[in-house]
Design a protein around this ligand. Structure first.
Ligand code: MRU
Length: 339
């Protein structure tokens, strides 16, 4: 199943808001359509957002072929600004836009340069995911009980995945694992998407309510928590789906190892610590309604944080394509990024 692809001047993607009930493909013929898909989480997950942003730029480039160099760059700048405004936290989206824009600006043929840079980003993510899944799978032992959060598989990366890719790779190596997936309120990426991916792969999974993670750790022998990331600071502080920080604190209390799995493209070389990471707040409706029914009184205030930041001190290791980075992250991250 193709999560996202660029077909001529169309960005084609699987609408993740309809899973697991319906597998519907949407075909975007404009920047606005891709932007709306990102905002509504039809496509989501940091690496997949990077690819979607790159493909939006490539789509604009293809549609402006034959125009003057300045007209092509102007069209690319408009797409850049629209997509940049969609979601603030996942650094892959912003880094991909910058990369494609820079390579277009540096070329005599900006349309061709934009398309080829976008494809390069896609290919690099495939390679990074394959390698990081192998490094991560080495950490998993036969009999491990693993807890994961949100969705970090094929749907979130358009490749093998990060945290979920590690779990799937270890399973395929014959390791018997017990997998718990947090449902991941409020949009249920764990219940709807992670469980869907694992069931499709024939891997047993137990979905739990987010609020039960502590008791599951205490009573079910959870040995490892593995999650993804949306942005990692140079000191190792990591933004990921809301609820991740609570899991990290609980893991420490219960003696479980706590791993982040993410490609190096999710590390933001421009920020020193998690305090600088912009945390997305989403509309109150996402918390106010469940299945179309109001569950919060209109008069109540709502704080709908999409992400939280886990301080580096809680993180046992960061699984990347360059190997498993260990504390002190100030050193291991700079070494991996060759800074
Ligand atoms: O709001 P989402 O669904 O885009 O959030 C996704 C996550 O938090 C993932 O854990 C993260 O992007 C890593 S995806 C490999």
């Amino acid at each position: 199943m193709q999560v996202i692809s660029l077909e001529g001047d169309r960005v084609v993607m699987l609408d993740q808001t309809l899973l697991p009930g319906e597998e519907r493909i949407i075909e975007c013929e404009s920047t606005e359509c891709v932007a709306e898909a990102i905002e509504k989480l039809r496509i989501r997950g940091a690496p997949a957002l990077g690819i979607a942003a790159a493909f939006a730029m490539a789509q604009t480039a293809v549609r402006s072929r034959g125009r003057s160099r300045e007209e092509v760059l102007e069209a690319l700048r408009r797409t850049y600004e629209r997509i940049k405004a969609t979601r603030p936290t996942a650094v892959n989206l912003h880094a991909a836009l910058d990369r494609v824009m820079r390579s277009a600006e540096a070329s005599d043929d900006p349309a061709e340069a934009a398309v080829s840079e976008a494809m390069k980003i896609y290919e690099e993510e495939q390679e990074a995911s394959r390698k990081l899944c192998e490094h991560g799978a080495e950490l998993l032992r036969d009999g491990d009980v693993v807890l994961t959060h949100c969705n970090t598989g094929m749907l979130a990366t358009a490749t093998l995945g990060t945290a979920l890719g590690v779990i799937v790779t270890a399973w395929k190596q014959g390791k018997r694992l017990r997998v718990f997936a947090d449902e991941t309120r409020p949009l249920l990426q764990g219940a709807r998407l992670t469980a869907w991916e694992l069931v499709k792969a024939g891997i047993p999974v137990t979905v739990i309510a987010d609020g039960s993670a502590g008791y599951v750790m205490r009573t079910q022998g959870v040995s490892k928590v593995i999650v993804g990331a949306d942005r990692i600071a140079l000191n190792g502080d990591t933004a990921n789906k809301i609820g991740t920080y609570s899991l990290a604190v609980l893991a420490k209390e219960h003696g479980a190892e706590f791993y982040i799995a993410a490609p190096l493209s999710t590390i933001d070389p421009n920020i020193e610590s998690g305090e600088e990471i912009p945390v997305e707040q989403r509309s109150r409706e996402e918390l106010e309604f469940f299945n179309g029914r109001r569950i919060v009184p209109e008069q109540a205030e709502v704080l709908n944080l999409a992400f939280d930041v886990t301080p580096a001190e809680y993180i046992t290791g960061i699984i990347t394509e360059a190997g498993v980075l260990r504390p002190p992250y100030e050193e291991s991250i700079r070494r991996a990024l060759r800074l």
